[in-house]
Structures are given as C-alpha cells and as structure tokens.
Design a protein around this ligand. Structure first.
Ligand SMILES: C[S@@+](CC[C@H](N)C(=O)[O-])C[C@H]1O[C@@H](n2cnc3c(N)ncnc32)[C@H](O)[C@@H]1O
Length: 373
C-alpha cells in the first residue's frame, strides 16, 4: 500500500465530485468538511479516505456496496477517528505490535470463536452469512474462520471493523475487507449485514457509548439477523486477571469496566431487542511436542496478547505457570454457575493425539439477540 500522502483540503467549488459525495446535495460547509476528510492523511496510516475507498471498490466490492460515509454525523465521526490514538496501534502507543504477534496463531481461541460464530450464524442460516466483526483487530476471527470453514453449514463472510487504523491497515494487508470505525458510529448502511459480532475487547467501549454501540449493531443488521456481544463478567477470574496482572504490569495499564449480566440485559432492552445471555467456554489452547514447550507457548501468547511479556520475563517459567494457575482458577466461578461438565477448572497440560496440550480456562458471558423480522 502507498505511504501517507500530504493532505490539505481539496478546492471547494459549489460542487465537489468525489466517490462518496457525488450525486448528493451538501451545504458548502458540509462540502468543505467532506473534502477535508477525503484528503486527510489520517483515515488509515497508509491511505487517505479517497484512496481507501478506491482500494475497497477495487478489491472488496461487497464492502464498498455497504459503506456509507454520507450518514449524518459521518464527518464528525471521521474527525474523531483522526484524533484517536489507540493502545492497539503499535507498541509505542500500547501493545498493538505485540498483540498482533500473538494473533499470528489464530486458533488459540478457536473453541470460543467457533461457538460465537455458531450463535451469529445458526444452522439453517442463509447460504452465505455476512458478519461484521466490530472489534475485529487485524482480522483474527475472519482468518481463523477461513481456515476452519468446513465447521460451518453457512459460508461465512466477514467485514472486519476496528477503531485502530493500524489494525485496519493490517487486516487489509491480510486481504480482508476492513473498515476503520468506532463501535458507536458505523460507516455502514442500514440492514446491510446478516450478523454483528462484538467480541474480544467489548469492555474497551466506554460505558457511555455502549448503548450507542448496541443501537448501531441493531441498525446495520437485517431483520432476522443476529447480534452477538461477548465479554467477561465483572466477577469472573478473567476480569480479576485484567485488574490484578494486566493493569499493574502492561505499559498502558488496563482500566476498563467489564460487563455484568444485568448491564447486558439492560443494553439490549434499551435497543428493544429481546436477548438471552449464555455462559461460554472460551479457553486458550496451544499444542506442542513437549509439556514444557506447550507451557512456554501459553506464556508467550498471554505475554504478547496482554502486553505483559516484559513482566513475565522477570519470572521463571514455573512462576508464570503458577501465576496463570492462580488467576485462571475457575473453581468458584464454575460452582456459582452450577458446575459445567468437561471444562477444566484450572489451567492444565495433557496429552492428546501424540502432542502436549496446554489449556487455560476462561468463561465469558454472551448476549444473543435477533432483530425482529
Ligand atoms: C482485544 S482486541 C481484539 C481484536 C480481535 N477481535 C482479536 O480477537 O484478536 C480489541 C480490538 O478492539 C478495538 N477497539 C477498541 N475500542 C473500540 C471501539 N470503541 N470501536 C471499535 N473497535 C474498538 C481495538 O483497537 C482492538 O483492535
């Protein structure tokens, strides 16, 4: 992809002809705002908006068809994006590079991803289900699903969204249709998708924007389509791990509020969507030739994904495993749910199919809603 072009607003006459404002009648002020946004160097690190739209029209026409940068409020939303620096951009701004390094292995979280996708595209769905992954990063879920496509009855197609331009750049570089947008303001047409997934980071959406994010999901999903929202319960071991380990040791901290079942119910009630809330087993699983290397792979995955690799480097491998065993101990949490068969309560290493498997349990809460047909 090309480098950042020097921007500067286009000359604004009575009418500006650009791909996304052509044919619309805009006030002069709107026209100037749109032209500035089109030429702004900051839609993605590698592309101004006009170049992005051209790229998408060429490589991902199905995405281009559903993009809507003309919505009322779009210019302000683009300006907000341009001013946003995300902890997921790079390691200088937080943990972007190391997070993406961890996601080269897309299947560590496959057990949970697969269940989420089955909730988004239940058996009997359309032959192709178009899913928006709102907090999609560099397309981990889309990449994992494409390598496991035989698992699904419906063919899954993804649009990867993300707040971070760096994430979207990387998703596009993976050949995925991707759009930079915030969960609370989507540049997508009404009823243009079969399903919307908000997962793996939903707690990063500030509490005040969560009703807007669910409202946006409800707007862009077609009647009969699914909305699936995944996060961790405030009372879960995972929320404790974030608070006690990640917040204390990651360079950017981790000061985010997770979810409660009551909050999920209320968010969907506000959007007028009947919802069911399910408990979902969403472990980290890696395989290796020895028990020691399986534990080391988990150490590196957790270290990179949560930005605590440097902290882990101050500990021995046994100490890291003991720390994980302590923080990911789900004994009490599972008991409070009334028990769950077949789920290890604590991190374990075992042999399967001639390999060593390290499995770190995580329990998530997931809201599932269907837009009224
Ligand atoms: C934990 S990562 C998950 C990425 C990917 N889904 C995965 O599982 O690897 C969370 C992602 O959410 C994005 N994000 C955070 N707040 C967001 C918001 N308000 N709207 C859209 N994306 C957001 C971040 O930039 C980051 O890429």
């Amino acid at each position: 992809m090309s480098g950042v072009r020097p921007g500067g607003p286009a000359k604004c006459g009575a009418r500006v002809r650009h791909p996304f404002i052509e044919g619309t009648s805009l006030t002069r002020r709107q026209t100037v705002a749109c032209a500035e946004v089109l030429m702004s160097p900051s839609y993605l690190p590698s592309l101004v908006l006009r170049e992005y739209l051209h790229t998408v029209a060429t490589l991902h026409p199905q995405l281009r068809e559903v993009l809507d940068f003309e919505r009322p409020g779009a210019a302000a939303a683009l300006a907000e994006l341009a001013a946003t620096v995300s902890e997921f951009d790079t390691d200088s701004t937080g943990r972007g590079d190391s997070y993406r390094r961890a996601q080269r292995d897309t299947l560590v979280r496959w057990t949970g991803m697969r269940q989420l996708l089955e909730l988004a595209a239940p058996a009997g769905s359309e032959p192709v289900t178009l899913i928006l992954d709102v907090l999609g990063g560099d397309g981990t879920v889309a990449r994992a699903a494409s390598s496991q496509s035989a698992c699904f009855e419906s063919k899954l197609a993804f649009i990867t969204g993300d707040l971070s331009g760096h994430m979207v750049d990387k998703a596009l570089a993976h050949g995925l249709p991707a759009v930079r947008q915030a969960a609370h303001f989507l540049f997508l047409r009404d009823a243009s998708l079969d399903a919307v997934l908000l997962a793996y980071g939903t707690h990063h959406i500030p509490a005040r924007q969560r009703p807007l994010a669910v409202g946006e999901a409800a707007r862009v999903v077609r009647p009969g389509g699914r909305i699936v929202l995944h996060d961790f319960d405030e009372s879960s071991p995972m929320a404790g791990f974030f608070a006690e380990v990640v917040h204390s040791h990651a360079s950017g901290g981790h000061d985010y509020q997770h979810f409660s079942r009551a909050e999920l119910a209320s968010l969907f009630a506000q959007a007028d969507l009947p919802v069911r809330i399910v408990d979902l087993y969403d472990p980290l699983i890696v395989r290796a030739d020895t028990a020691q290397s399986a534990c080391a792979r988990i150490r590196d995955y957790v270290g990179d994904m949560y930005g605590v690799r440097e902290f882990f480097a101050t500990l021995s491998d046994d100490e890291v495993w003991r720390l994980l065993t302590h923080h990911f101990d789900h004994t009490g949490y599972l008991a409070a749910l009334g028990g769950r068969d077949g789920i290890p309560a604590r991190p374990v290493v075992y042999r399967a199919d001639g390999q060593f498997v390290a499995e770190v349990p995580r329990m998530a809460i997931v809201a599932v809603a269907t837009r009224a047909a």
